[in-house]
Design a protein. Structure first.
Length: 199
């Protein structure tokens, strides 16, 4: 289904849901920029808004693509687990296929998390110069991206737990750790905007 924002709701699994939350956050950022650009009151922020809008549209498209990719990665894991395991050779081939699929299944939500963190950063860039009539949507964008980020991290962790390659597990853990600061940033953006609204 394609909504008015152009977002395609393609899957109901957790990874796809994380991607769509990220896409929604990016779409809101783009909308706020559109409603700020061209307004004389915000002319000093024009170039920032144009730049952020462009990046937000890229991230929205990427997030929708990653929702599809998550479904593909999930199906690959399921297919690997269904491989025969009657002989030692089959068991070995199945184990290798499962491990390869799990690596792919962890990579997609990690990319979703990265996109969500980027959306949160965009919210931070425009929060001070956005059209005040839609400033609440900047907070909602940050909150949506934060939900996407947290959900994506959960999906990375569930796949990481089943990966046997300790080196790759450590790399995933380090990547997740670097992204967790964005969760706090999103909360700070939302709280700051709420404080401005409530006075």
């Amino acid at each position: 289904m394609v909504g008015r924002s152009g977002l395609e709701f393609v899957d109901s699994r957790g990874g796809a849901a994380a991607a769509m939350n990220t896409a929604i956050g990016a779409a809101l950022i783009s909308m706020v920029c559109n409603l700020t650009i061209g307004k004389p009151k915000y002319v000093e922020h024009e170039l920032t808004m144009i730049d952020v809008r462009s990046r937000a549209e890229e991230l929205r498209s990427l997030a929708v693509e990653l929702a599809e990719a998550d479904a593909t990665a999930f199906n690959a894991v399921m297919a690997a687990y269904k491989l025969p395991k009657s002989t030692d050779a089959e068991k070995l081939a199945r184990t290798e296929a499962v491990q390869e699929a799990l690596v792919g299944a962890a990579d997609v939500p990690l990319r979703i998390a990265g996109a969500a963190a980027d959306v949160i950063a965009l919210a931070g860039r425009i929060m001070d110069g956005a059209n005040v009539n839609v400033i609440s949507d900047v907070a909602v964008a940050a909150d949506s991206a934060r939900a996407g980020l947290q959900s994506a991290i959960t999906n990375v962790e569930i796949n990481r737990a089943a990966i046997k390659d300790e080196s790759h597990k450590a790399e995933l853990a380090a990547s997740v750790a670097r992204l967790k600061d964005a969760v706090l940033t999103a909360g700070a953006i939302s709280e700051s905007i709420t404080a401005r609204i409530t006075g």
